[in-house]
Design a protein around this ligand. Structure first.
Ligand SMILES: Cc1ncc(COP(=O)(O)O)c(C=O)c1O
Length: 362
């Protein structure tokens, strides 16, 4: 019998979220971020499901764009990190992908290509501007001269792109500064433009965008709970079962290092999931675990293949009781907040050992 620990990917939820994003975009274009294997949900199945609802896809690098191109979904693909070398330019041209140009070095390598190659890239370049996150992008005051250099090689209408460093917090001076810099930049240019990710989009941090680049919200995650539409559904659910139950007396400890000590006579459920399954080892005592539909607190350190949960107050729990670690009834963001991380990280680091089921009319 296979171990009862698995991931379910709900494609109906994915469609629902994409439809909702489409409505809220009010006619602006949507690019679905499907990097990192569609945020851990499976590139092929998610991109195929999303294609009818979105105008383009975004990947981090060229190899991901190649994999997407092979699916023949008839949607452009933007490579967010742009080319690393000349071979990447060949991939971008061969797959007719769009490339972010975030540095002068990349522009120099583009200038070194021959004319026919530059001609093929004429409508495929996105110029990234650093509006304050200081990760990638050219300085705002360098934009005019870079546009002149691009025009010299026949690229006259690149899309202008920037990225928010803390779009979750609209009041953060970083966010406000970035939006202001963005506004000044795009006011002076008549070019297509793209600023917002899910957090910025759900709070409508700028209306001056032709493209919205959405990832997390399409998978049903929320980094801004108060601005998240209630109708957004988690796409991934991670489930398991109770594999053992034991009664322990007051004062006994549970798990590696004896981190948790029983303050009363307790009933402990051992669940078949651990950090080897992508469940975070940093999860603290009290991390919510849903057993038989009831939230119970994780107690003791997460092991490679198991966790331990205090079910003293829940008589109905037995060996075989169903467990949800995160998903449609327990938000991954809530679990992540108990493990000093974010839902994005939990979703994108699930190992191959976990079986995957598709639901929602694949
Ligand atoms: C440049 C860029 N744009 C858009 C996104 C999508 O962000 P989110 O998943 O928060 O919507 C990302 C994701 O990290 C990104 O790096």
């Amino acid at each position: 019998m296979p171990r009862p620990t698995q991931i379910t990917i709900d494609l109906q939820a994915l469609r629902n979220n994409a439809r909702l994003a489409r409505q809220r975009a009010e006619g602006k274009k949507i690019m679905a971020a499907v990097k990192a294997d569609a945020y851990g949900h499976g590139l092929a199945v998610c991109a195929t499901t999303l294609a009818p609802f979105v105008d383009a896809f975004a990947t981090a690098f060229c190899e991901e764009a190649k994999a997407l191109h092979a699916l023949a979904l008839d949607r452009p693909v933007l490579v967010l990190e742009g080319p690393f070398d000349l071979e990447d330019w060949e991939t971008i041209i061969a797959t007719d992908s769009w490339a972010v140009l975030h540095s002068e070095e990349q522009l120099t390598s583009l200038e070194s290509l021959d004319r026919p190659r530059q001609e093929k890239l004429r409508n495929n370049i996105w110029l990234k501007v650093d509006t304050g996150m200081h990760r990638l992008g050219v300085a705002p005051n360098a934009v005019a001269s870079l546009l002149t250099r691009l025009a010299r090689i026949g690229i006259v209408a690149p899309t202008i792109i920037s990225h928010l460093g803390n779009g979750e917090d609209a009041a953060d001076p970083l966010t406000q500064g970035q939006v202001k810099t963005w506004q000044a930049l795009v006011d002076a240019l008549e070019l297509p433009k793209s600023l917002l990710n899910s957090a910025g989009f759900s709070q409508r941090l700028s209306t001056d965008c032709d493209w919205h680049r959405l990832g997390y919200m399409l998978y049903g995650g929320s980094s801004v709970p108060k601005a998240t539409p209630a109708r957004l559904h988690p796409v991934m659910t991670l489930t398991s079962q109770v594999m053992a139950l034991r009664h322990i007396p007051t004062g006994d400890v549970v798990g590696y290092g004896g981190r948790w000590k029983a303050q009363r006579d307790s009933v402990i459920a051992t669940v078949a999931v651990g950090y080897g399954d992508g469940y975070p080892r940093t999860a603290n005592d009290g991390t919510p675990v849903l057993i038989n539909g009831v939230i119970c607190p994780l107690v003791g350190r997460v092991s490679m293949d198991m966790i331990t949960v205090d079910v003293t107050d829940h008589d109905s729990v037995t060996v075989g009781s169903p467990v949800q670690l995160w998903g449609d009834q327990l938000s991954v963001d809530r679990v992540a907040s108990h493990a000093q991380t974010i839902g994005y990280e939990l979703l994108t680091r699930l190992p191959n050992r976990l079986p995957r089921l598709l639901s929602g009319d694949p």
